[in-house]
Design a protein. Structure first.
Length: 91
C-alpha cells in the first residue's frame, strides 16, 4: 500500500465499527477501498464513497499540497468531483 498516490485514514461508523479507508489516485480519478478493522482483511472497493470520505480526502490533499506532494490544482479537481456527486455540498 505504500504507493505515493495513496492516502489512508480510519473512521468509526454510526454502529461503532472501525473502518480503514484508503483512496488511490489513478489518472484523474480517485478509487476508494476499505476494510473492517482487521489488519489482514482484504481491501474491498467502494463504488459510492460517502461524503465523509471525500471530505477526508480533500483535507489530506490540502495538507499534502503544502508539502509539495500533490499539485495545487488537485484540490480544485477533488472539489469538482465532490460537487458533481453531492450537489448539496457547500464548503
Amino acid at each position: 500500500m505504500a504507493h505515493k498516490s495513496e492516502i489512508s485514514w480510519r473512521r468509526v461508523t454510526d454502529e461503532g465499527e472501525k473502518i480503514h479507508v484508503y483512496a488511490r489516485h489513478v489518472g484523474r480519478e480517485w478509487e476508494f477501498f476499505q476494510r473492517h478493522g482487521r489488519r489482514y482483511d482484504q481491501w474491498q472497493p467502494v463504488e459510492e464513497p460517502p461524503l465523509e470520505d471525500w471530505l477526508e480526502l480533500l483535507d489530506a490533499i490540502r495538507r499534502l499540497i503544502t508539502r509539495r506532494r500533490h499539485p495545487p490544482d488537485e484540490e480544485q479537481r477533488v472539489q469538482q468531483m465532490i460537487r458533481s456527486r453531492f450537489p448539496e455540498w457547500r464548503e
